[in-house]
Ligand binder design. Structure first.
Ligand code: NDP
Length: 316
């Protein structure tokens, strides 16, 4: 049986704030967009609880509700949302050529433009307790969830710039911040390290690793080990922030699109253009620095505008 090839002006891969904002703008520009949600419809925000820093929600909103709103808004203007993921991308290399994609159910998709908003995934340690207490004391985003630990004790795991930044941010909200670093030195920049060491309520614990969590429904205790002495101990606390890095979801495009050394897609200055014509990148997949829902949404809007211009210039 010959499968029907589905043709679109704009295919958006990924359904976080970047993807849905791109869809809203693309649909309103009559680009007949389709969003492939990927394996985690709604993206990283669906794993957070309350979002208090997205403009327009004076009383805050839960991550899943916000993503449902964004999807509804995109669908209102005719966006098609398909609950599949893209398994193959054969991106065109010449201006005006069609990009060819394959979906998880084997459908072939042809697109004049592709917006990649596949996001990034926070790395976790791999402990069962991280899953058990997800959203109940375990987080990978201090800017998103730090507020809920006001006046409380927390731990940050990691020794890079993200961990140093998260610890410094949390030190302004929390009573005490333990920073657990697996080696006897930090990977973070000297400037960030200095900030950490100068902050009175951050206790840096070198050679310490998290091995488990305890608590009745929510985290109340972190079990840790000194990996030099093998001595185990525990910390009474209310939350643990895992800050050991993110992995951009770019495997699919590895041989085709330019990436930096960490795997983030590289875009042209002040645009969402990748190195291939008609392929644009928005959100965390191209941003290792800001990583906020609102900045992702902003670049989603830019990607749709870039796609609209590309189609006007090359297909009319
Ligand atoms: P990094 O990869 O730089 O650091 C990860 C940290 O987590 C390291 O200390 C690493 O330890 C530790 N780690 C990794 N796996 C484990 C594990 N299983 N158990 C315990 N600890 C672990 O990631 P970041 O997210 O910190 O930074 C990513 C990039 O983004 C960097 O280039 C950074 O400079 C940049 N960045 C810049 C910022 C800024 O300029 N304001 C802010 C945030 C990030 P080890 O060192 O032993 O490998």
């Amino acid at each position: 049986m010959i499968e029907e090839i589905m043709q679109y002006d704009t295919v958006i891969i990924g359904s976080g704030p970047a993807g849905y904002t791109a869809a809203i703008y693309a649909a309103r520009a009559n680009l007949n967009p389709v969003v492939f949600t990927g394996m985690e419809p709604g993206g990283q925000l669906t794993t957070t609880t309350d979002v208090d820093n997205f403009p327009g929600y004076p009383d805050g909103i839960t991550g899943p509700d916000m993503m449902a709103d964004l999807q509804k808004q995109a669908e209102r203007f005719g966006t098609k949302v398909i609950y599949e993921y893209i398994t193959e991308a054969n991106l065109a290399t010449e201006v005006g050529q069609i990009h060819k994609l394959k979906t998880s159910s084997g459908k072939e998709i042809h697109a004049k433009t592709v917006i990649i908003s596949t996001g990034a995934t926070a790395k976790y340690l791999g402990l069962d307790d991280e899953k058990k207490y997800a959203g109940s004391g375990v987080s990978a985003c201090a800017t998103c969830d730090g507020f809920f630990y006001k006046g409380k004790d927390v731990a940050v795991i990691g020794g890079g710039d993200t961990a140093a930044e998260e610890a410094t941010y949390l030190s302004k909200l929390c009573k005490k911040v333990y920073l657990l670093i697996r080696r006897d030195e930090m990977r973070a920049s000297k400037a960030m390290q200095e900030k950490v060491f100068k902050t009175q309520n951050i206790e840096v614990m070198f050679n310490h690793e998290l091995i488990g969590l305890e608590g009745d429904m929510v985290v109340q205790k972190a079990n840790i080990i000194n990996n030099k002495t093998n001595e185990k101990s525990s910390l009474e606390l209310d939350g643990v922030f895992i800050a050991i890095g993110h992995t951009p979801n770019t495997d699919l495009f590895k041989t085709q699109l330019n990436m930096d050394e960490m795997g983030y897609l590289v875009t042209e200055d002040k645009s969402t253009k990748t190195n291939l014509p008609g392929v644009f990148a928005a959100g965390d997949v191209q941003d290792s620095v800001y990583r906020q829902a609102i900045t992702a949404a902003g670049t989603g809007c830019m990607a749709a505008l870039d796609a609209e211009k590309y189609i006007l210039q090359n297909f009319s």
